[in-house]
Design a protein around this ligand. Structure first.
Ligand code: LMR
Length: 413
């Protein structure tokens, strides 16, 4: 029956994780998937997460279904952490949110909702057409799969990265977004752009807001690294809050995979922030349709991780402890950036390496070519995505010199 089914290509990121697992070499290093590791290279369960998990069990947590929209205390806490406690959109009841399956699931529900209800050019006698969805070039590989899977056609790329400066190609980005048809959806990474680690400055975000407003573009902020970039949740939410505080329509997706280490628990949230003013009926109707996307797709989201996250977000003592954890994780990543740059300079690897330190978040976009990446994998058993992205979290004092020296070898080979 299935003879004609062709084998699917390996996922650009999760395929690297699978190849790493299959490699028996004792020297192997995994710099592929963006998952935090301790300085001993082990997965990290945040102590505050482990404690709250145990408390929930002691309190007799049940495993009943959540409602379609998810766990209410989690949803309101997630809205507050990204928008800020004082957000006008929250005070004015202009946010409709559902808990969803981490970042990917939140995006998938968002795009499904947009496909069903967003017809930018609809007007007198015109039923409107599906919006174009703009994503940065490059972007997280899954963005480019989620958009067409939701029926919105291939995502359109806007220029984002300047390979010469290793930073944001801001003029290219502005030019492409100014040329986008009115009503287009523009996906932004709220902070810690994946894969490049290069973010716009605050002044640049102000200009991007202006472009979105004057071009009638609908911004969609994907937030997978809040608190991970700078160690400061407020600072990492500044781009999103700038846009939300402008009172415009926007979409927000959140993942608590990285910042709470809840990867496999699939804890995320999708918020539709409606422009001001907005009547309560509109919010009710939007929420009802989000639930109708969820029910046939996966019925309701998983409960345990959301209950853990809600308790941490909702209790000031736990929240403070979590913030300290975020600072610790982001500081370890920063220390590894510095150590990698220093070793690459010391070993004489061709090129300039300051960008490794200047980039932010979990990744560095090293500049290694696909051939050099293949060499790193084959010769040194160091796994990274073919675009030259490395997960800095996979570096530690025991492997950093090995990795830096292999990079030099790959560049010179
Ligand atoms: C990554 O970019 O490595 C992470 O966001 C994990 C994933 O699902 O791709």
């Amino acid at each position: 029956l299935w003879k004609a089914v062709p084998e699917a290509p390996a996922d650009p990121i999760l395929g690297v994780a699978a190849a790493f697992r299959a490699d028996p070499s004792p020297n192997k290093v995994n710099l592929g998937v963006g998952a935090y590791r301790t300085e001993h290279g082990k997965p990290y369960v945040l102590p505050v997460v482990a404690r709250v998990h145990r408390e929930l069990l002691d309190d007799g947590v049940d495993h009943e279904y959540l409602p379609m929209e998810g766990y209410a205390p989690f949803i309101s806490a997630a809205e507050r952490v990204i928008l800020g406690d004082a957000a006008a959109a929250l005070r004015e009841g202009r946010v409709a949110s559902v808990q969803a399956l981490s970042g990917t699931g939140s995006l998938r529900v968002a795009f499904e909702f947009l496909k069903r209800f967003y017809r930018p050019r609809a007007g007198a006698g015109d039923a409107g057409s599906l919006p174009k969805v703009y994503v940065p070039s490059p972007t997280w590989s899954n963005h480019r799969q989620i958009v067409p899977d939701a029926g919105l056609g291939d995502a359109v790329l806007y220029r984002y990265f300047n390979a010469k400066t290793h930073g944001v190609d801001f003029s290219g980005m502005c030019a492409d977004l100014r040329a986008a048809p009115p009503g287009s959806v523009v996906l932004f990474h709220g902070c810690a752009h994946n894969p490049t680690g290069a973010d716009p400055t605050m002044e640049q975000w102000v200009q991007l807001l202006d472009i979105c407003k004057s071009g009638s573009l609908l911004p969609l902020f994907d937030n997978a690294y809040q608190g991970f970039a700078s160690g400061d949740l407020n600072r990492d939410a500044a781009s999103v809050r700038l846009f939300a505080d402008a009172g415009i329509d926007l979409i927000i997706t959140q993942s608590f995979a990285k910042n709470m280490g809840l990867y496999g628990e699939r804890v995320g949230c999708l918020s539709v922030v409606m422009s001001s003013p907005c009547s309560p009926e509109i919010r009710t109707r939007v929420l009802s349709q989000l639930k109708l996307v969820v029910r046939p797709m996966y019925s309701s989201p998983p409960a345990l991780g959301a209950k853990i996250a809600a308790r941490i977000l909702g209790e000031p003592g736990l929240f403070a402890e979590w913030n300290t954890e975020l600072q610790k994780m982001s500081s370890r990543i920063y220390a590894m950036r510095v150590a990698l740059r220093d070793r690459l300079i010391a070993n004489g690897a061709p090129g300039s390496w300051q960008h490794v330190v200047d980039q932010i978040g979990m990744f560095s976009f090293t500049g290694l070519t696909p051939q050099q990446v293949a060499y790193m994998v084959e010769k040194h058993h160091i796994y990274l995505t073919s675009n030259g992205r490395i997960s800095i979290a996979g570096l530690n004092p025991s492997n950093i010199n090995y990795v830096a020296d292999a990079m030099k070898d790959a560049i010179e080979a």
